[in-house]
Design a protein around this ligand. Structure first.
Ligand SMILES: [Zn+2]
Length: 343
């Protein structure tokens, strides 16, 4: 009974293959093209018909497969993010193949970690492609190593990428969480970072009963000059360069970084914070609120800084989640490779 069914199926399939002049596509696919683009840039995506898997058998079958399928109507395209626009759509038949090339552009204001879904409907089929935004940091720096995107929450600031010495964030606010230092300047953050810190501290208390404390946030260029010089005169240049930042290279000047601590640490900033329940919770949950542990353990060669489990950098929820789940540092995210796997 079963053998008979198989035989009938085989005969039926053979009948279909010989009676059709060309194998018809069963969908559309995006081939080649870029899926990661920098803000303000364009990308080209190519869409071609997709053929059923079993049609690529004999040479003659492959030949018939490449006969141009007649797609009815013009391709219809849409983007689910108004910041990524479809600039042009072009269909082309280079006998016997047919393809559609679209050019998309990302607005200048987009931030790394944002994305858009591009949907195409064509010839009765539809398909989609995800465009992800990732800055090319090399486009945001001048010849003297000073960054040109200081206001952007996804800015890459490190020892090779300084903030302008006259940069003062325009939206600094006094944080609304427990603080410890009387020097008021450090109790400030940029508005979105401050709101995120409040949410994070609230969650730590509600979920685990942890009371976190903000110790050091915004630091002006002149404050950093003072701190660095003091560190140099006490510990020498080598120590100072390793444990504090040269003026301009500190993320604290961006108003997007906050050093946090807790009573269990006697409100100090020490690496043992990473082993405390509060420190562990922070490492596992900060990304939910748009923060990353900027200088993780074992990444000194990459970030240029020793492990700082207390130093949180606000970069927005989408980017923070991507970096956290990828097990990356900000440097690795932008370079597109996990540098630690090679060391
Ligand atoms: Zn810090």
């Amino acid at each position: 009974m079963r053998a008979k069914t198989i035989l009938l199926n085989l005969l039926f399939t053979a009948f279909i293959l010989t009676s059709c002049s060309a194998v018809t596509p069963d969908g559309l696919e995006f081939t080649g093209g870029q899926r990661i683009i920098s803000p303000g840039r364009t990308a080209e995506l190519i869409i071609v018909p997709h053929y059923p898997e079993d049609s690529s058998g004999t040479d003659s079958q492959r030949a018939t497969k490449t006969s141009a399928p007649s797609f009815s109507g013009e391709p219809q395209l849409s983007s689910d993010n108004p910041d990524i626009k479809i600039l042009s759509v072009k269909t082309e038949t280079i006998s016997p193949a047919i393809s559609c090339t679209i050019v998309v552009s990302a607005s200048e204001s987009m931030l790394s970690g944002e994305s858009a879904r591009i949907t195409i409907s064509w010839g009765g089929f539809s398909s989609e492609s995800l465009i992800k935004i990732k800055k090319q940091p090399s486009l945001y720096i001048d010849e003297s190593g000073v960054i040109t995107d200081a206001e952007a929450t996804d800015a890459l600031i490190n020892k090779n990428r300084e903030l302008p010495s006259d940069y003062i964030p325009s939206d600094l606010v006094r944080v609304k969480v427990p603080t410890i230092l009387i020097f008021e300047e450090v109790n400030h953050l940029r508005k979105p970072a401050s709101a995120a810190l409040s949410s994070m501290f609230r969650a730590a208390e509600e979920e685990e009963g942890f009371i976190l404390t903000a110790r050091s946030g915004y630091r002006s260029y002149s404050t950093q000059v003072m701190l660095f010089d003091a560190n140099v005169s006490t510990h020498g240049m080598e120590y100072a360069a390793k444990f504090s930042a040269k003026p301009g290279t500190s993320e604290h000047q961006s108003g997007l970084a906050m050093d946090i601590t807790a009573e269990i640490m006697n409100y100090q900033l020490e690496q043992s914070f990473g082993k405390t329940p509060e420190g562990r919770w922070t490492a596992q949950n900060a990304h939910r609120f748009g923060f990353i542990i900027r200088y993780p353990e074992g990444s000194e060669e990459i970030t240029g800084y020793a492990y700082e489990p207390w130093h949180l950098r606000y970069i927005g929820e989408k980017l923070a989640a991507e970096i956290y789940h990828g097990g990356l540092t900000l440097e690795e995210y932008y370079s597109g490779q996990n540098l630690r796997s090679h060391t």
